[in-house]
Design a protein around this ligand. Structure first.
Ligand code: HEC
Ligand SMILES: [Cu+2]
Length: 350
């Protein structure tokens, strides 16, 4: 019986220490290279940095409370445990101490007010920024289950893979993103670049990023928007300025070979593909699905669900549900020959 009591007391003390150690290890990783492209402890853009600073503040305040409470608890559990010579009587009971009650009411209120003020300040700081003259403007439109990106001033339309220039803190070139939805609620969240923002039908929202380092940043739709919300992935390619300009130039070109008519192109243009997809400079001008004018410039298809290889592309056209169950693109029941031809045609859209 006595051993059992002691081991309970040990567990009371050890468990919180393990949790604390774990939290400290995670926090320490901020200095090492990021473990994952979605690491919330490795911010690479101003809004994400502000949020990270706030999280660290909240974590340290709550960790301090945790340490105080657990130490008192452990002290009381060990000091006042049942002993062999215990006479079984109740300890003296204390009722109604004004000092103690005021203390445990006022101190928590002050802590909550401090956390509230710090949070409100970060929200205001992030939201008050408005686009500067050299900012890139992008309209992001959430669709079940993919992302449409439009660069209204640059004349570019693409899907799922957002390209932005790196922003040197001395000469910032931030990207402002207007967030719209074509159907239901979605949420734009690239943890290393900015906080979450909802995309709500008929209620434009906005977000901005100023990534300090080139690289690929990942994220995902963080709001349940239907069956395939988990395969609505976000990919942000942060590029040096000249590389970004080259990408823009290339995206502005009409689809390559739009004057060459191949068998695959005939199949594509004579089936419902063109009602849902655009290929610039051709009869295909649908907007329900992603713009395919420069499909081959993307590394992935179906909002990051599969790599953009000829096999995956063919499989996707044959049976989208194999790659993304519940996808809103129907299987078009093409013959093997038609599939090969359409795939070959799409492969020319560089
Ligand atoms: C009813 C509308 C519709 C039709 C018809 C349709 N698609 Fe799609 N397509 C979509 C939608 C929606 C997506 C995005 C699916 C997702 O990622 O969830 C898509 C995605 C794609 C993609 C991947 C694009 C990318 O960048 O991720 C390709 C390639 C594609 N479709 C080709 C075709 C071809 C070829 C046909 C005709 C055989 C066709 N589609 C017919 C709606 C359609
Ligand atoms: Cu979504």
């Amino acid at each position: 019986m006595r051993d059992l009591k002691n081991s309970n007391a040990v567990r009371l003390v050890v468990t919180p220490l393990v949790v604390l150690w774990f939290a400290a290890t995670v926090a320490a990783q901020n200095t090492a290279p990021p473990l994952s492209p979605t690491n919330i402890f490795a911010p690479a853009s101003t809004p994400a940095e502000s949020i990270f600073g706030l999280s660290m503040f909240v974590l340290s305040v709550t960790a301090a409370i945790f340490v105080v409470v657990v130490s008192l608890l452990a002290y009381a559990a060990v000091k006042f445990r049942k002993r062999n010579n215990d006479d079984g009587r109740e300890p003296p009971q204390v009722y109604g101490s004004n000092q103690v009650e005021v203390a445990w009411t006022v101190i928590p209120i002050l802590i909550v007010v401090a956390l509230f003020m710090a949070t409100a300040r970060v929200i205001a700081d992030v939201q008050k920024v408005s686009p500067s003259a050299n900012a890139i403007e992008v309209v992001a439109i959430g669709h079940q289950f993919w992302w449409e990106y439009r660069y209204p001033h640059l004349g570019v339309v693409t899907a799922n893979e957002l390209h932005v220039p790196v922003s040197d803190p001395q000469h910032p070139t931030p990207t402002f993103i207007k967030l719209l939805s074509a159907d239901t609620d979605h949420n734009f969240w690239v943890p290393r670049l900015a906080g979450k923002t909802d995309l709500i039908p008929n209620h434009p929202n906005s977000s901005w990023i100023d990534p300090h380092e080139v690289g690929l940043y990942l994220g995902q739709c963080a709001q349940y928007c239907g069956t395939q919300h988990a395969k609505m992935l976000l990919r942000v390619y942060v590029q040096p300025r000249d590389e970004f300009e080259r990408w823009i130039q290339q995206q502005r070109q009409p689809a390559s070979g739009s004057d060459v008519v191949s068998e695959g192109r005939r199949v594509f243009e004579s089936t419902a593909c063109i009602n849902c997809h655009t290929v610039s400079g051709t009869v295909a001008n649908g907007r329900f699905g992603p713009d395919l004018s420069h499909l081959m410039s993307r590394e992935t298809i179906a909002a990051g669900a599969a790599l953009n290889t000829p096999e995956n592309l063919r499989l996707w056209i044959q049976k989208p549900e194999v790659i993304k169950p519940g996808s809103l693109m129907p299987a078009m029941e093409l013959t093997d020959r038609e599939l090969d031809a359409v795939t070959a045609y799409l492969e020319t859209l560089r």
